[in-house]
Design a protein around this ligand. Structure first.
Ligand code: DON
Length: 556
């Protein structure tokens, strides 16, 4: 009898602690370009899983959105392994080269040299994306790396039709491009960019991808590609060495998991600031019943939560392999309760009351995010970047690769704002082999409603966009509304709410101003959110792309 009860208890425990993983039975992919999405579906149709699809989508995005990501940059991929019910964070972020120094972008007076961390090979960290693709395919995929890269190679050879974002970025990069002929010859073949719709082949890029497909890590981090990268970048003032490339490694990290009102959120750990900031903001908001407030007070409280989280980002966050990041403290509800006690309902807290005021600088942007769910329930949220539009605008001759300008994500001098107007402290100072602090926040939301796979480009605004999307999903908003809704953002400094037209009604603006907020309408819409949702009640799986990136009815 006693044994029966024991067996029953064990059976119950086993049953409750290891539930059979539900399977969606259908796949969904959302990315910033239809050719990349198609490459992912083709790989799934060929027997690949979500991780194979992630390799195909990532590599193809680097070809069709050369301004946003690519082998010359870095990436974070958040994975969910359905069989093991396990989440993994693949960190393929760039690292500073061995010869990097904390003051490498400062002049003799200690002032930042304009553009030094932004343009040319000196602005580039050692790329991680190629290593990440090899890692994903070899450790988690079912198909050979070469199969997963085939679509990207084919498109690079045949040419991608020129599209609007590509053109806008080339206009933005027009003057710097003249300085580096390899970049100019691919993108401005007759001195001007190609017309929209015209095919743009990238033969050197195809050959670089082919070497990666043939030889894996050695096909990029050693041999011809490595030599071309080092020779090209050093000839133009860079400091990379062959040793820098040979020692590059992907790092697998434990993702950050936390709960908000019964929903489990899984997001990016350092060297991303995203997971910590999102956890902190939700912990602050958890002390309020947001449904009881009028809409403008709700927005006021969200802004105040953003202010606090971004202040701590500036002070504490950096590569946790180099500095002690107080992750537990920053994610603890008790810490958030302290921050909450300083928040007033009727007035904005001036950021200057939290720390010194730092003047802003200009910003320009691009990066890309995709989400994949396969029929077995494996998931990938991938955010990849070369940092700003066309990265450093430097192409090492013969490689077809645009090198990133991710070094600008370091605090090049304490309290000097970067391209995203972010400031930092010693925690994010430059050091050899260190990863620059990122805002990229590939995220999973898991609750009774179902699953959402979320992320977006947008520099510092990534964090606030993912927060707003998470809140909307938890409120039951449909996927279309989540990607379309108007966004607002506060990052502690500059002490201003930047917002998209339509994010606030006229009366909300008046109320926010009367509560002491400074408002600044963004000159353009921002972000490019690609999400996949799986609704448990209906079984429906949806892939939704950001309407901001759709042109003439086509998704770009
Ligand atoms: O890692 C980061 O936070 C930045 N390099 C991301 C840049 C970005 O999202 C630009 N997008 N518009």
């Amino acid at each position: 009898m006693g044994l029966h009860i024991f067996v029953a208890i064990v059976a119950t425990l086993c049953f409750t602690s290891v539930p059979a993983a539900p399977k969606p039975g259908q796949a969904a992919i959302a990315s910033a370009h239809p050719m990349a999405t198609q490459a992912g579906y083709d790989v799934l149709a060929a027997g690949g899983n979500a991780f194979d699809a992630a390799v195909a989508v990532s590599a193809t995005l680097g070809v069709v959105e050369p301004y946003a990501s690519g082998l010359g940059g870095g990436a974070f991929w958040l994975l969910h392994l359905a069989e093991e019910q396990k989440d993994v964070f693949v960190d393929a972020r760039e690292v500073a080269p061995a010869a990097a120094t904390p003051d490498m972008y400062l002049d003799a007076d200690g002032d930042p040299v304009k553009g030094a961390s932004f343009n040319g090979p000196l602005a580039a960290g050692i790329p991680g994306q190629a290593a990440g693709l090899v890692h994903l395919a070899e450790k988690y995929g079912r198909l050979p790396l070469a199969t997963n890269l085939a679509a990207a190679i084919g498109i690079a050879q045949q040419g991608v039709p020129m599209h609007r974002r590509m053109l806008l970025g080339l206009r933005f990069r027009r003057t710097t491009a003249d300085r580096w002929p390899a970049f100019g010859s691919v993108y401005y073949p007759s001195g001007e960019p190609r017309a929209i719709g015209e095919l743009m082949p990238q033969p050197d890029l195809a050959a670089t991808l082919q070497r990666l497909a043939d030889k894996g890590m050695d096909g990029f981090y050693r041999g011809r590609t490595a030599q071309l990268l080092v020779d090209g970048s050093r000839a133009a003032g860079g400091i990379w060495t062959l040793e820098d490339l040979a020692r590059y490694r992907v790092i697998e990290r434990e993702p950050l998991g936390f709960f908000y009102r019964g929903v489990r959120i899984v997001s990016a750990p350092p060297p991303s600031s995203g997971g910590i900031a999102i956890a902190n903001m939700l912990n602050i908001l958890d002390g309020y019943d947001l449904t009881r407030f009028d809409e403008v007070t709700r927005k006021h409280l969200i802004v105040e939560a953003m202010r606090h989280a971004f202040r701590d980002r500036a002070e504490y966050l950096g590569d946790s392999d180099f500095v002690d990041v107080p992750v537990k403290l920053l994610m603890s509800p008790a810490y958030a309760a302290g921050q909450r006690s300083a928040i007033r309902m009727d007035h904005a807290m001036p950021s200057a009351a939290l720390a010194d005021v730092v003047p802003p600088s200009g910003a320009g942007a691009n990066t890309t995010h995709f989400s994949v769910l396969d029929r077995d329930g494996n998931r990938v949220a991938g955010t990849m970047t070369i940092n700003t539009w066309y990265g450093s605008a430097f192409m090492a001759p013969g490689t077809g690769l645009i090198l990133n300008n991710e070094m600008d994500d370091f605090a090049i001098k304490p309290k000097v704002p970067n391209s995203f107007e972010l400031i930092g402290s010693d925690a994010n100072a430059i050091a050899p082999h260190k990863r620059p602090l990122s805002s990229m926040s590939p995220t999973f939301l898991e609750g009774r409603r179902g699953i959402a796979i979320v992320g977006t480009p947008g520099g510092s605004r990534i964090i606030s966009m993912v927060l707003l999307a998470a809140l909307a999903w938890m409120d039951g908003a449909p996927a279309d509304d989540i990607v379309a809704m108007k966004r607002f953002h506060h990052q502690y400094l500059p002490d201003v709410i930047s917002f998209e037209a339509g994010a606030f009604s006229d009366s909300e603006k008046a109320v926010l101003e009367s509560r002491g907020h400074a408002l600044s309408e963004s000159s353009r819409p921002y972000g490019n959110m690609n999400i996949v949702t799986w609704d448990f009640a209906s079984g429906e799986v949806e892939a939704v792309t950001d309407p901001r990136a759709r042109v003439d009815g086509r998704v770009y």
